[in-house]
Design a protein around this ligand. Structure first.
Ligand code: CA
Length: 436
């Protein structure tokens, strides 16, 4: 590797050095794009993507990584383990650095494509999806709506609550989905339940944690090692049909109210890029129980959380017709989650459940302490009781057909270039007519 003389974070691609860049040299999130009908892996740099397949073809990558970098998904690379992840990241950082040798730089330039002109795909094959409930603010406010006498159930502060989601209906950002039809509570107990398009379609702002290092069946992962199993993060929208959910969820939890679609953002930010944005776990009031030993590690408490600033925006069909900007619904931060990513992994595997390469563990709705920082409409509108007024004079309790929800995430810390997780967006299509 060439000795660096330029600034440590400076790329030969000037756009990547701008303070406003989403994808500076320190980020290099992984993605996948369509290249003549074949899916190639890539990393984002500035407003471009670097084709890893082409880089491997040109001899720019270490020989032991060629096969994984020419796969259509990241799973083979994830399966190679930490040392390979680090080697690839170091290689790509040097390749795109301002001090790179001219011949290698030229070869890399030939593998660049504009992101705007590319079709991004799904970079990870996701075998399993688990959804947690790690925001105590979300859990408390939702609980207040349905159980004002006991908003937070007695188990909440002892274990990360979660359920198994559905991996098959995780869809890439940008793909619209049909409003689901399903059963909801009858008006009177003696009536038959309704079977109709949901009238309470909601979004949930979440962070997706990708498992890179698998675990063996029967072998719990200690919380002190749990973070090392994570490969990276994306934004995730766990669409929810609240009327279907409230009718079906007892006693086993949500099923059809959640598994019709889950949107995920195209870029996977590696954990290595998030190191400068680590944060301490939120302090627990002295009245809260201490986590049990299998969920407690001093290092994890000190810097196991993440400082990712999040935003949710809505763009209605009327707003798009009138060329209005998307409207900000809320802001929150992953730092406010009650449980850290390592605690989610330690808990998930504490009974011996095995993690597979590419599994997604989602945090659950990320809400903050204030009402304006709520990560879903159920909280923001108090289950539809307080409609939101939009700049078009439209109101929303839940989502209307044509609404598009946009999740954004970014990280900032003194002395480090800002990075952006990009966007996760999808629009609601009208329900499909029922077949007789
Ligand atoms: Ca959720």
């Amino acid at each position: 590797m060439a000795k660096r003389t330029a600034a440590p974070h400076k790329s030969w691609l000037p756009e990547a050095n701008k303070a406003t860049a989403d994808f500076p040299l320190t980020h290099l999130p992984y993605g996948a794009f369509d290249q003549d009908g074949q899916q190639h892996l890539c990393v984002a740099i500035g407003t471009h993507l670097l084709d890893l397949y082409a880089c491997a073809e040109s001899g720019l990558l270490p020989s032991n990584l060629v096969e994984a970098c020419q796969a259509p998904v990241l799973n083979p690379l994830m399966g190679l383990g930490h040392r390979s992840w680090t080697l690839l990241r170091e290689t790509l950082t040097a390749l795109l650095h301002a001090d790179e040798k001219p011949d290698r730089r030229q070869a890399a330039e030939a593998a660049l494509h504009s992101i705007a002109g590319s079709t991004l795909g799904r970079p990870v094959h996701i075998p399993n999806y688990t959804d947690f409930y790690a925001s105590i603010y979300h859990a408390t406010r939702v609980g207040q709506l349905f159980r004002p006498e006991q908003p937070l159930l007695p188990n909440y502060k002892h274990l990360p609550i979660g359920y198994h989601g559905r991996a098959s209906s995780i869809i890439p950002s940008g793909i619209p989905f049909f409003r689901p039809t399903g059963q909801s509570r009858p008006f009177a107990v003696e009536d038959a339940p309704n079977f109709q398009p949901t009238k309470a379609l909601d979004y949930e702002l979440e962070l997706a944690l990708y498992v890179g290092e698998p675990s063996l069946l029967g072998t719990p992962i200690p919380v002190s090692r749990a973070g090392q199993h994570l490969f990276g993060v994306s934004l995730l929208n766990d669409w929810s049909a609240r009327d279907i959910q409230s009718w079906e969820y007892q006693p086993l939890g949500p099923l059809l109210s959640k598994n019709f679609a889950t949107s995920i953002s195209p870029w996977v930010t590696p954990m290595a890029a998030l190191e400068p944005f680590r944060a301490p776990a939120p302090p627990r009031p002295s009245t809260d129980p201490k986590p049990l030993p299998y969920l407690h590690s001093i290092a994890d408490q000190q810097h196991g959380s993440l400082n990712v600033k999040l935003e949710v925006l809505i763009s209605t069909a009327t707003m798009r017709t009138n060329k209005l900007e998307a409207y900000l619904l809320s802001k929150s931060n992953t730092q406010d989650l009650y449980w850290t990513p390592a605690q989610l992994i330690a808990h998930h595997t504490s009974n011996g459940c095995n993690l597979q390469v590419g599994d997604v563990l989602a945090t659950g709705t990320i809400s903050g302490p204030t009402e304006a920082s709520a990560g879903c409409l159920l909280e923001l509108t108090r289950n539809g009781a307080q409609p939101i007024l939009l700049p078009t004079a439209e109101t929303r309790t839940f989502l209307a057909d044509g609404d598009e929800i946009i999740l954004r995430g970014s990280c900032e810390a003194p002395g480090h270039p800002r990075i952006s997780l990009g966007e996760c967006r999808a629009a609601v299509l009208p329900a499909r007519p029922l077949q007789p």
